[in-house]
Design a binder for this molecule. Structure first.
Ligand code: ITT
Length: 200
């Protein structure tokens, strides 16, 4: 069975591939398609954007299972920014380092004392008959004073998960994949897929 993940983010894809390993599934990323160009994420919520990505790829791969996620970081003391704009917080084509630097800078400028933050992930699975499964994951933590660590992507170097002293980028993918918002969202979907693959 083929499952296509509607992403252009290869680091996100690596996490998903690892989380789905040991299932009899051929997992592909949309970026493998030669002329794939991602749809505009103009939804106002993570759910709307995840559906936009899933439905867009479904139109190209109608017979396959399609998975999409939309995710981001929220800082409650900053009106939940960067939120759905996480990928483009420092501008339309911002690099990860520009987004993290801007966030640390803004928190400093605004003298934010409460550094609580959370990662959110909303995931959508579409089946061959367009059956839809939605699931969600949240990872609580705090924003570090400075970037640390080399693994992962996005805001990982400045995010310290609850009950830890190191950033996600220091902790590495194996630990991240036990804790993360994405891993939590995928848990329910993985169980659903296991049932289907076992013919339940
Ligand atoms: P696709 O839409 O192609 O999947 P993307 O990177 O644009 O790739 P999102 O729209 O879901 O993905 O944007 C999420 C942004 O939020 C992402 O670029 C990161 O900056 C941040 N983010 C989401 N999950 C993260 C994680 O696990 N670790 C660090 N940052 C994350």
């Amino acid at each position: 069975m083929e499952l296509w993940f509607a992403t252009t983010n290869k680091d996100k894809f690596k996490e998903i591939k690892e989380l789905l390993k040991n299932l009899p599934l051929e997992v592909h990323g949309a970026f493998e398609m030669p002329h794939y160009s991602a749809p505009e994420e103009n939804g106002e919520t993570f759910l709307e954007n995840a559906k936009i990505k899933a439905r867009f790829l479904k139109a190209m791969k109608p017979q396959s299972w399609i998975l999409a996620d939309d995710s981001g970081l929220e800082v409650p003391a900053m009106k939940n920014l960067p939120g759905v704009h996480s990928a483009r917080y420092a501008g339309p084509r911002a690099r990860d380092i520009e987004n993290t630097t801007k966030l640390l800078h803004q928190m400093g400028l605004q003298k934010i004392a409460d550094r609580t933050a959370l990662f959110k992930c909303v995931m959508v699975l579409l089946g061959p008959n367009n059956e839809e499964q939605v699931s969600e994951g949240i990872l609580k933590g705090t924003i570090a004073g400075q970037a640390k660590g080399k693994t992962g992507f996005g805001y990982d170097p400045i995010f310290i998960p609850e009950s830890n002293t190191q950033t996600l980028a220091e902790l590495g993918m194996a630990v991240k994949n036990r804790l993360s918002h994405r891993a939590q969202a995928l848990r329910t979907i993985r169980t659903h897929l296991e049932g289907i693959l076992a013919g339940v």
